[in-house]
Design a protein around this ligand. Structure first.
Ligand SMILES: *Cc1c(COP(=O)(O)O)cnc(C)c1O
Length: 364
């Protein structure tokens, strides 16, 4: 605390990211990173941009990141997405932040699930957006009817699909019901994990052309293995995108650097790499779920690159501590309704086997 802090800073409760330990040799299953390397084409594109002497870095990047917007539009060509329907930012966290200020800050409170990505209430605090936390159902599922009840009275809605940390998926028809019931407000669907949902990705980007109030936010951090590059994007009606651009150009003209623009564009173009890695993660997930169930864990159905198990006889915080003693890091949340769950990222097959072996030993 300091007398120099603004009143707003005194009131903030910042987000706490999962730790990035400085020690090596850990089995790191706590922040939903992808265990596989990114597309070699992305790496080559960044190396080419850097060149032998790095001379390109003298120059500012394209403030509009047009090349990346075109790559996003091309990635979703089947839904006839145009670059004018695409916004790009420094990680989807930045895209989300701009959406709160540009599209969700109205007089009425917005709706967010009581258990979801914990950055949402943090943005509400930063931008002074009132929110109502809508409780998940018995099975920790998002119940669309509980949102539709507020139709016409809310300032907007933000949900994650699949939800985090619960990992389950709302079918596209339910998303469309939600969006259609709120024509006066923006519905933000955060699809950070949707590439891990199914063989045919059930993305709400398919609904964008029918619903001008829908904004779908994506990241390259998870399914494209580029968490370190910091690239996220939004797809929605061009009027929504213009609002995001107005905020971005009032904040930072160059949120994406030269390497990020070319690397992300190349990663999106490499569909084969995405297919291979996301299917590998889904396959490992199925095996890990079966192994944990055989150890007595209850595992919520996962459409993400993490699972959210609980053991009826073992305290989750203690399990996390004992795993840590064995150099395996998973995430534990203290919120009452989920404090007996662990959030475990899907690692490589070897990492998941190490986890199962450690749990078998701990459970005795
Ligand atoms: C990881 C994650 C993000 C943030 O992604 P970045 O692009 O790395 O900022 C956003 N939303 C959810 C639900 C996430 O899990």
């Amino acid at each position: 605390m300091s007398q120099f802090w603004s009143p707003l800073v005194h009131r903030l409760t910042p987000y706490v990211p999962g730790e990035q330990p400085k020690i090596s040799g850990l089995v790191k299953l706590n922040t939903n990173e992808n265990p596989y390397p990114p597309s070699p084409r992305a790496v080559a594109a960044m190396q080419a941009e850097l060149g032998a002497d790095g001379a390109n870095l003298r120059l500012y990047p394209d403030p509009g990141a047009d090349r990346l917007k075109e790559a996003v539009a091309a990635h979703f060509a089947e839904f006839a997405i145009t670059p004018a329907q695409v916004f790009v930012g420094n990680g989807s966290d930045e895209v989300l932040a701009h959406a709160f200020l540009a599209l969700l800050k109205h007089d009425a409170a917005i709706l967010i699930p009581d258990i979801s990505y914990s950055f949402y209430p943090v943005y509400c605090g930063l931008y002074e957006v009132e929110h109502v936390a809508v409780a998940l159902g018995e099975r920790l599922e998002i119940r669309v009817d509980d949102y539709i009840r507020h139709a016409g009275k809310c300032g907007g809605i933000v949900i994650a699909n699949p939800n985090a940390p619960t990992s389950d998926l709302l079918p596209l028809a339910q998303i469309e019901r939600l969006v259609a019931a709120h024509p006066q407000s923006v519905v933000v669907v955060d699809e950070a994990y949707i590439d891990f949902a199914a063989d045919v990705v059930p993305t709400a980007i398919a609904l964008v052309k029918r619903h001008p109030n829908l904004l779908v936010i994506r990241t390259l951090s998870k399914s494209h293995s580029l968490a370190g590059l910091r690239v996220g994007y939004a797809v929605g009606d061009s009027a929504l995108i213009e609002a995001l651009d107005r905020v971005k150009d009032s904040f930072n003209s160059y949120p994406l650097d030269r390497l990020a623009i070319v690397g992300a564009a190349a990663a999106l173009a490499d569909r084969e790499h995405l297919e291979t890695t996301r299917r590998a993660v889904m396959k490992t997930r199925a095996k890990l779920v079966a192994d944990l169930e055989s150890l007595g864990f209850e595992v919520l159905p996962s459409a993400a690159n993490f699972i959210f198990p609980r053991h009826p006889q073992h305290d989750a915080a203690q399990l996390a501590a004992k795993l840590r003693e064995r150099k395996i890091i998973v995430r534990h949340f203290k919120a009452a309704r989920v404090s007996q769950h662990l959030r475990i990222s899907i690692g490589s097959d070897d990492q998941c086997q190490a986890l199962v072996a450690a749990l078998r030993e701990i459970l005795g």
